[in-house]
Design a binder for this molecule. Structure first.
Ligand code: 13P
Length: 249
């Protein structure tokens, strides 16, 4: 059965010192959660984060990685550098990577393959822009993002895929998809996966919602049957807000 997940994407926030402080503040108050809790700090703070959460049921994830095994790629990070320090989950395809770093579905397909080859779990992000929704093209856009990056995978690979639907117009804008809009899209995604891979894969894949999830809307969004958790940006940087979102499950 699929699991519920609340993941904090810290983006380019928090120094090493602040990372330790925020993790400790959250861990001090975290009761046994009804979901998996994931934090994705920036690369330079990953090892510190792994060491800090040791002994707690918390997963540390990377926000990105390179598709190559290694080599002359100045400034980049390879999969085995992550797994070597105990990071086995990676966020790929975030809309900020797509928009500002020109990541395409074809490139993301490569990255996903590399991550899976290293037995990593992928949190794969996708979602339409405002103009797509205004043109009533959002289902199409989402379908092609998934098809182009993920649908060459084998059925067994899906055990290591988590999906994160993040409508671009709702990220960092304070604008949230309504719980009904999230459910409608999540159901569409699950039915699409069922068509391509069968009901067992579709029923077992966790589909997270991301885009201005806050303590005051988390419960309603998470209550929808096809929403299996959230990928949280801004609200994951404040201990009390993040804890309230975790406790919404
Ligand atoms: P916000 O929660 O700040 O809208 O960010 C969502 C996000 O991009 C998570 O990856």
């Amino acid at each position: 059965m699929r699991k519920n997940i609340v993941a904090g994407n810290w983006k380019m926030h928090k120094t090493n010192t602040e990372t330790v402080a925020l993790l400790n503040e959250i861990m001090a108050q975290l009761k046994t959660p009804n979901c998996e809790v994931i934090f994705a700090p920036t690369f330079v703070n990953l090892k510190t984060a792994v060491d800090t959460v040791k002994g707690h049921h918390i997963t540390v994830a990377a926000q990105n990685m390179h598709q190559a095994e290694g080599g002359a790629f100045t400034g980049e990070i390879a999969a085995n550098m992550l797994t070597d320090i105990g990071v086995n989950t990676v966020i790929l395809g975030h809309s900020e990577r797509r928009a500002y770093f020109h990541e395409t579905d074809a490139l993301l397909e490569n990255k996903v393959n590399t991550a899976l080859k290293h037995n990593m779990r992928v949190i794969f992000c996708f979602g339409e822009e405002l103009k797509d929704r205004q043109n009533n093209n959002h289902f199409n856009v989402v379908e092609y993002q998934l098809r182009d990056a993920l649908f060459a995978l084998e059925k067994k690979d899906w055990a290591n895929i988590v999906l994160a639907y993040e409508p671009v117009w709702a990220i960092g804008t304070g604008e949230t998809a309504t719980p009904e809009q999230a459910q409608e899209m999540h159901l569409f995604i699950r039915e699409l996966i069922a068509k391509v891979y069968g009901n067992d894969v579709a029923d077992n894949v966790s589909i997270l919602y991301g885009g201005s999830v806050k303590p005051d809307n988390a419960k309603e969004i998470f209550s929808k049957p096809d929403v299996d958790g959230g990928l949280i940006g801004g609200a994951s940087l404040k201990a009390n807000d993040f804890l309230a979102i975790v406790n919404a499950f």
